[in-house]
Design a protein around this ligand. Structure first.
Ligand SMILES: C[S@@+](CC[C@H](N)C(=O)[O-])C[C@H]1O[C@@H](n2cnc3c(N)ncnc32)[C@H](O)[C@@H]1O
Length: 243
């Protein structure tokens, strides 16, 4: 897997409201376990409050800290170019769409970026958003329609199936979603196109990798610094679609 260097200093911040100004204060916020709050929720909240990427997302106007993952991947692998047509699978709340719209200079009048998510989200200039489950049979057709019938240059997927807690079931659902995204990419990409998908370490089936290797000139994994080190998530990148 490609190593992308260490993350920025993890400044510890004290509380969401003061996150931006205190991001590098060296203070760590501890969250008291409220009576009705589960321990897992307390730990999640504590991590959010102390995460410098959360503070940066707020100060730079990104809807999610995930924006930095695609920005870091772009800095290293030059994923976007002005004028590109992009599809973003699992796009809510919209951090990746914001980055993509800026980098490809998508216009408000003729957007060249289409996103899909089953969650409701606010509009983002330069993008078309479909509120829909990507598993729906007509999802590929609706996405292509929104692209004006054009082929895509870049297909991104940050989708993750909700976990059930039953590991074998979760594994199968994760794999199924990535396979669906890869299948879509192979059908919709223009020659030379790129596919980027979130996968989980130990979860990328050989069959999927072999399929991608047949269709793309290069495939590799990369974990951007913004992806938490304790998370099994990594990104699969396939470049040079053979068409
Ligand atoms: C990690 S979030 C994406 C964050 C996004 N890249 C950003 O920058 O804001 C994953 C998203 O995938 C969506 N998702 C998961 N399965 C999906 C499906 N079958 N169809 C559509 N969206 C899906 C979830 O609703 C969630 O919003």
């Amino acid at each position: 897997m490609a190593k992308m260097g260490k993350g920025t200093n993890r400044g510890k911040v004290k509380g969401i409201a003061g996150a931006n100004s205190r991001a590098n204060s060296g203070l760590k916020t501890r969250v008291k376990t409220a009576k009705k709050r589960k321990l897992s929720s307390t730990l999640w909240l504590q991590r959010q409050l102390n995460d410098p990427y959360v503070a940066r997302a707020r100060s730079e106007g990104y809807r999610s800290r995930a924006a930095f993952k695609i920005l870091e991947l772009h800095e290293k692998y030059k994923l976007f170019k002005p004028g590109m047509k992009v599809v973003d699978l699992g796009c809510a709340p919209g951090g990746w769409l914001q980055v993509a719209a800026k980098e490809v200079q998508s216009s408000h009048k003729t957007p060249s970026i289409v996103g899909i998510d089953y969650l409701e989200m606010g509009a983002i200039p330069g993008t078309i958003i479909l509120q829909k489950d990507f598993n729906d049979e007509d999802a590929p057709e609706k996405l292509i329609e929104a692209l004006g019938g054009h082929k895509a240059d870049l297909v991104l997927s940050d989708m993750a199936a909700p976990t059930t807690g039953h590991r074998p079931t979760d594994h199968i659902r994760i794999i199924a979603l990535v396979e669906l995204a890869a299948d879509f990419a192979i059908n919709v990409l223009a020659p030379g196109g790129t596919f980027v998908a979130k996968v989980f370490q130990g979860g990328t089936e050989h069959q999927l990798l072999n399929e991608l290797k047949k269709n793309f000139t290069k495939t590799f994994h990369a974990k951007p610094p913004a992806s938490r080190q304790d998370s099994a998530e990594t990104y699969l990148i396939a470049t040079g679609f053979k068409g």
